[in-house]
Unconditional design. Structure first.
Length: 277
C-alpha cells in the first residue's frame, strides 16, 4: 500500500484533519453525521466527518460515487442539514441558524460555482456579476468598478455585454466564478465546476480558480471526481463510505507530481479518474 494512505488512523477514517500553521480556520467541520431513512432502513451518508480549512486554502474533496462528498458540500453550503455535529464558518456555527438567518448567511458569506453556471438568461455578463453585489447591498457607485476589475482578472471583460446564450461554456463558468468572488465571500464552494466543459475550457476555468485563490486569497472548497481538476488544489480530502479516508497535500511539488499522487489514491479507492490533459 502506498505511503499516502498507509497509516491505520487514516484508513479507519480518523478525524482531525486540519490546516497547518495553527491559523484560525475559515471552515471547521466537527463530527458531522447525515443519516437518511427510518429505523428499519438507515443510510449513513456522512459518518463522523471532521476537518478544518484555513483562510486562503484551496481544498479538493474526492471520493467514489456514493461516498458522501456531495452530501458534505450540501451541508457546508446550508442546502442540507446535518443529523448531528457542527459546521463553523468564520467561527459561526451554521447548524444553529434559523431559515431567515441562513438566507442572509448564504448571501453574505458564501460564493457558489456549480457544474452548470446557473447564470440568469435574461441578464448579460455584467448584470449577472453585479447582481451579487446589489443583493449584498454594495454602494451603487462602486459596483461597476468591482465588476470590471474581477472580470479583467478572470479574462471575461470581452463578454460582459453578452447574454449567456452568446457565451461558450467556459466563458459562462468564468462569469459564474466572477459572480461568486465579487461579493468577497468567506468561502467559495465549487461543485464539479468543470464537469460540463471540454478539456481546453476546463483548463482555463481551473487556472481562473487558481488565480482567484492566489491573487485574491479566496478560500475554495471544490468537490470533483476529476483528478486533473483536483491537481489545481493545494490539499485533497478523500471521502469513502461517509468518512474522511485520507488527505494529501501538494506542498512544494509540481502539479504533475501532485496529479500522480492523486491518481494513486483514486486507483486504490477504486473510483473514477480522468486522464491527464
Amino acid at each position: 500500500m502506498p505511503e499516502a494512505y498507509a497509516t491505520s488512523a487514516v484508513a479507519s477514517g480518523a478525524t482531525g484533519f486540519a490546516p497547518t500553521g495553527g491559523v484560525q480556520p475559515i471552515l471547521s467541520v466537527k463530527h458531522i453525521e447525515k443519516i437518511y431513512g427510518t429505523k428499519d432502513s438507515v443510510t449513513h451518508a456522512l459518518a463522523g466527518v471532521s476537518f478544518d480549512v484555513a483562510p486562503g486554502e484551496f481544498v479538493g474533496i474526492m471520493g467514489p460515487s456514493g461516498s458522501g462528498k456531495t452530501t458534505l458540500l450540501n451541508c457546508v453550503a446550508t442546502i442540507d442539514t446535518v443529523t448531528s455535529g457542527h459546521i463553523l464558518i468564520g467561527g459561526r456555527d451554521i447548524t444553529n441558524l434559523r431559515t431567515r438567518e441562513l438566507a442572509r448567511f448564504r448571501r453574505d458569506e458564501l460564493g457558489f460555482i456549480f457544474q452548470d453556471s446557473n447564470l440568469l438568461d435574461t441578464l448579460n455578463g455584467f448584470e449577472n456579476i453585479s447582481l451579487a453585489l446589489s443583493i449584498k447591498g454594495a454602494p451603487a457607485n462602486q459596483i461597476a468598478a468591482k465588476v470590471h476589475a474581477i472580470a479583467e482578472t478572470l479574462g471575461v471583460s470581452d463578454v460582459l455585454k453578452k447574454y449567456p446564450y452568446q457565451m461558450s461554456g467556459g466563458q459562462k463558468q468564468r462569469i459564474a466564478a466572477a459572480r461568486a468572488m465579487a461579493a468577497e465571500p468567506k468561502l467559495v464552494l465549487a461543485d464539479e465546476p468543470t464537469g460540463a466543459l471540454d478539456s481546453r475550457s476546463a483548463t482555463v476555468m481551473l487556472e481562473a480558480m487558481e488565480m482567484m485563490n492566489v491573487q485574491f486569497g479566496a478560500t475554495i472548497m471544490m468537490v470533483t471526481h476529476d483528478s486533473y481538476a483536483a491537481s489545481f488544489a493545494k490539499r485533497i480530502l478523500f471521502i469513502k463510505d461517509g468518512t474522511v479516508f485520507n488527505e494529501i497535500r501538494k506542498g512544494d511539488t509540481s502539479r504533475k507530481d501532485f496529479f500522480s499522487r492523486i491518481m494513486e489514491v483514486v486507483s486504490f479507492l477504486g473510483g473514477d479518474a480522468s486522464d491527464a490533459r
